[in-house]
Ligand binder design. Structure first.
Ligand code: ATP
Ligand code: MG
Length: 383
């Protein structure tokens, strides 16, 4: 699949943008702070109905359109519109996400309204997820290596949710069980509830937790060889490996709970379970989170994203759209060339850079190059 049109109204620093996009490699170059990341954020928003950079949706609305209708003297507030057209095997998908500030809500922030339409039919965020597959490569991906285990669990959870919608529901149920169970553990600690009340929540935890661990183990088995291959392509002298490390094995979770009960009540929190699992990453056998250099960590992160894209291509009938936000600048020329060659193997990849030189003299040629300046875009090389 590929994004053939992106039009933005009152979105971030774009008052109005109309972009026709070809399949293939699309380069988007521009100085710092011109809107490159904003543009890719908009493209990613068409896939998951949310920003990957902020939970505060008001930030996505152009500053001039952030006032609620009442403050504009009763005039309806101008709406932020992200409109995308995606060409896929089954035909064209027209996706529209609209945002508007409805009222100022004091200390809690402004109240907003979000509308999503796919081919003219109103839907929810959950109804949109899974229609368009994208893989986003961001500069912050280095956190996948150096950040806490929660980052790596999230990487797995998002990936699995894209190939298996039932997984997202299991994950949400598991998170609710942990929350309720933690609350109960604290009540028991304070003498306001009996330990017997835990039995029901224990069995729920085991049921949902076992399913999560099993699915994550399975996906890591598929993903590990893809990541190892991607890493070797980038750094032929080194070997990267990945291993899923559950805090408790799926089959041992039920058995682990009774022995931990006293400790859990004391801590007021659920101790064993997939919310404490780790995705172990190593380079030449040593732990990447502890020892990787910056360049190595960046390379591991790229290998994870390339593996994610390869897995989505394998598991879904449609190829994902790749969005590479400023990930080439820190790479040496050989790695940069490899990433571009890999990206060229997909139906479409949007690649931003503040350094046009990083994209020059490469073996792959773009289908189009756009320059961005202050939220205005210009086509430099024709399609
Ligand atoms: P860099 O090369 O530094 O990564 P960039 O081209 O990716 O730069 P963006 O992150 O896209 O830059 O941001 C461009 C500009 O958009 C920023 O200067 C920011 O102040 C502005 N901006 C962000 N949100 C809004 C908004 N809601 N309204 C107007 N402008 C905004
Ligand atoms: Mg940027």
């Amino acid at each position: 699949m590929y994004l053939s049109r992106l039009s933005l109204t009152n979105y971030r620093n774009f008052l109005s943008l109309e972009l026709k996009l070809p399949p293939g490699l699309v380069f988007i170059v521009g100085d710092n702070a011109q809107g490159k990341s904003n543009l890719l954020e908009a493209a990613y928003l068409l896939a998951i109905a949310k920003s990957y950079r902020t939970n505060v949706e008001r930030e996505l609305i152009h500053w001039s359109a952030q006032k609620p209708a009442a403050t504009l003297g009763g005039q309806p507030a101008q709406q932020t519109i992200i409109h995308g057209e995606v060409e896929q095997q089954g035909g064209r998908l027209r996706i529209i996400v609209g945002l508007r500030v409805v009222s100022e809500a004091g200390a809690g922030g402004a109240l907003g309204e979000k509308q999503i339409r796919v081919n003219g039919v109103a839907t929810t965020a959950a109804g949109l997820v899974g229609r368009v597959n994208t893989v986003l490569f961001a500069a912050t991906d280095i956190e996948l290596v150096h950040g806490p285990p929660a980052h790596r669990r999230r990487f797995l959870d998002i990936l699995i949710s894209q190939v298996d919608r039932a997984y997202l529901r299991t994950l949400q149920r598991y998170q609710r069980v942990v929350m309720q169970r933690n609350h109960l553990l604290r009540l028991i600690r304070d003498g306001r509830s009996s330990p017997d009340d835990l039995d029901f929540w224990d069995s729920e935890l085991v049921k949902e937790g076992t399913a999560l661990v099993a699915r994550r183990s399975q996906i890591v088995q598929q993903l590990a060889p893809l990541a190892t291959r991607a890493y070797t392509g980038l750094a032929p002298e080194e070997e990267m490996s990945m291993e899923y490390q559950p805090s408790v094995a799926a089959e041992a979770l039920a058995g682990a709970l009774p022995s931990q009960r006293a400790a859990e009540i004391k801590a007021g929190m659920t101790l064993p379970g997939p919310h404490r699992d780790e995705l172990g990453l190593t380079i030449n056998g040593v732990l990447a989170d502890t020892y990787a250099s910056r360049g190595q960590a960046r390379t591991v992160a790229l290998a994870l994203r390339l593996a994610e894209a390869a897995l989505l291509r394998q598991e879904r009938r449609e190829e994902p759209i790749l969005l590479l936000d400023d990930v080439l600048s820190e790479l040496d020329p050989a790695r940069r060339r490899h990433v571009l060659e890999e990206a060229a193997g997909y139906q479409q990849a949007l690649i931003t850079s503040a350094e046009p030189a990083a994209l020059r003299d490469m073996p792959v040629k773009p289908a189009a190059t756009f320059t961005l300046q202050k939220g205005q875009v210009e086509l430099r090389s024709p399609v």
